[in-house]
Design a protein around this ligand. Structure first.
Ligand SMILES: *[C@@H]1O[C@H](CO)[C@@H](O)[C@H](O)[C@H]1NC(C)=O
Ligand SMILES: *[C@@H]1O[C@H](CO)[C@@H](O)[C@H](O)[C@H]1NC(C)=O
Length: 472
């Protein structure tokens, strides 16, 4: 592609990344930064000091050297109320992060200054911002050679169905196939807090200046919904939509070495596709009661497992207080399951686990990153959504793509998931005829996704189109 070697003629472009300070989001834009620098375009990553550090420390799958091409801008945030993560939740949305999100709105000024400084040095300043950081980057309108792309941190399916259901019946701009908007969609109730809803609405009100939307998804997975998004937005504007995912490295090398996580060594000893990996991401913790049911469910199901048992991230993952209270397991548990189960209490190398041939399933909260990682590694999901877009992501995986089973039905979100339900779901996925079919479809989809990233594949072409577009 000529962007790589046509350096001299090409107008110089620089990219500014503005992530939301929550793990999944930090990580996303860091991966996208990495992708963009690989085309020789400089990237400036703007965030608070502690969150830039968090993003770097937890980078998984790339080597650290790849970061040297990314310029980190460490900005200070004003002091904000630091709430501990809640353990007991009716709406498990990580509302402890809300004061942090609101404080992040103060990045507007430093981000504007940064855009200004860059705008005199480069022909074009391209700002890529999390769609929850719209307020912070809105002054890109004042930068004559600036243009912005809104990064959608979740799937196009979720985005489309939410936008669509908000349009009153008589105003729907076109008709869609009823199958594209399934009636049994999980409700949005209980997905986020009132405060967060207000925050999100505030952000979306600032939109309208953007030149395009970027998705961390692949047309191979949900091309139908990317097209529906294009169709919907074309009724109002002519912005562009690019499905650039998956951004995670797809060929994970996991060779032995000193730094290799012990759970990978353990996986080496297990049979192919025999282990279920259990992890609920960084934003929620289970209650003690729920932890106990899960422990019992995993013990009773008889399958092998790796269980990442951590508390949710606090506002500052480096603060000492974050390390204190560990979730409790039933007495003697680890000893009893030690032949077939492993409990990991720190940061687990998720991508390497999913890429490992012994991993045959993933019990997940269905954050979109985890969904994409699992899909691209061909690993089927046991879906246990917690909040936000997760119930609908879970629906996409289990009901539409049919690469997963449901553990927690969103209708029963207020209830503890019983060990028997967990046991059944794991057995269905790992040891039944139905599970075999699901595993097979997941493997096929994974292969298709990986193929699409290879040279000439749809995803590769779309990335090149995006790079060519911003460096036009
Ligand atoms: C996209 O999703 C992958 C999982 O496929 C995740 O690891 C990555 O951080 C995400 N990247 C971006 C830019 O959203
Ligand atoms: C939303 O915007 C209004 C008006 O700018 C502001 O007063 C309010 O604090 C914002 N709410 C949130 C949750 O960000």
């Amino acid at each position: 592609m000529e962007v790589q070697n046509g350096n001299q003629q090409r107008p110089q472009v620089v990219v500014v990344m503005v992530p939301l300070p929550a793990q999944g989001h930090l990580n996303q834009l860091l991966h996208l930064s990495h992708l963009i620098t690989s085309y020789g375009i400089p990237v400036h990553y703007a965030g608070s000091t502690s969150h830039n550090r968090q993003a770097k420390v937890r980078l998984n799958g790339w080597d650290l050297e790849s970061l040297t091409n990314i310029h980190f801008h460490d900005f200070e945030l004003p002091p904000f109320e630091s709430r501990p993560p809640k353990d007991d939740l009716s709406v498990p949305f990580p509302s402890h992060l809300q004061p942090l999100f609101e404080a992040s709105m103060h990045l507007r000024k430093p981000v504007y200054n940064l855009m200004q400084q860059l705008s005199v040095k480069y022909n074009r300043v391209v700002v890529i911002h999390d769609n929850s950081m719209t307020y912070v980057v809105q002054d890109v309108k004042l930068i004559t050679n600036g243009e912005a792309y809104t990064f959608i941190p979740t799937c196009a399916f979720y985005y489309f169905v939410c936008l669509w259901e908000n349009i009153p019946e008589e105003e729907k701009p076109f008709q869609i196939d009823p199958n594209d908007f399934p009636e049994c969609l999980p409700s949005r109730e209980g997905c986020i807090t009132e405060d967060m809803l207000e925050f999100v609405i505030n952000q979306s009100k600032c939109l309208g200046f953007e030149s395009g939307w970027l998705y961390n998804t692949s047309r191979v997975i949900e091309g139908r919904y990317v097209e529906l998004m294009e169709k919907l937005s074309s009724t109002k504007t002519n912005i562009k939509h690019f499905a650039l995912g998956p951004f995670n490295p797809l060929h994970i090398k996991s060779e032995s070495g000193q730094n290799r996580h012990e759970c990978l060594e353990w996986l080496d000893e297990q049979e192919k596709s025999s282990v279920i990996y259990v992890s609920f991401g960084s934003t929620t913790s289970l209650t003690d009661e729920q932890t106990k049911e899960l422990a019992n469910g995993l013990e009773k199901c008889g399958e092998k497992f790796i269980w990442v048992l951590r508390r949710a991230d606090s506002n500052d993952v480096f603060a000492e207080a974050d390390k204190v209270r560990n979730p409790q397991l039933p007495a003697g548990y680890e000893e009893r399951v030690k032949d077939r189960g492993m409990v990991v209490r720190d940061w687990a190398p998720q991508l390497e686990i999913l890429a490992h041939p012994s991993t045959g399933g993933f019990m997940s909260h269905c954050g979109w990153n985890s969904c994409m990682e699992s899909i691209s590694m061909g690993v089927p999901i046991a879906a246990w959504p917690m909040h936000s877009d997760q119930p609908r992501n879970a629906f996409l995986l289990s009901n539409l793509l049919k690469v997963g089973v449901t553990v927690r039905d969103w209708k029963h979100r207020g209830e503890v998931v019983k060990s028997s339900t967990i046991e059944d779901a794991v057995k269905t996925l790992m040891a039944s005829e139905e599970g075999k079919e699901i595993k097979k479809r997941a493997a096929e989809l994974g292969e298709a996704v990986r193929g699409s990233v290879a040279e000439g594949g749809v995803c590769c072409l779309e990335r090149e189109a995006f790079i060519a577009h911003i460096s036009r």
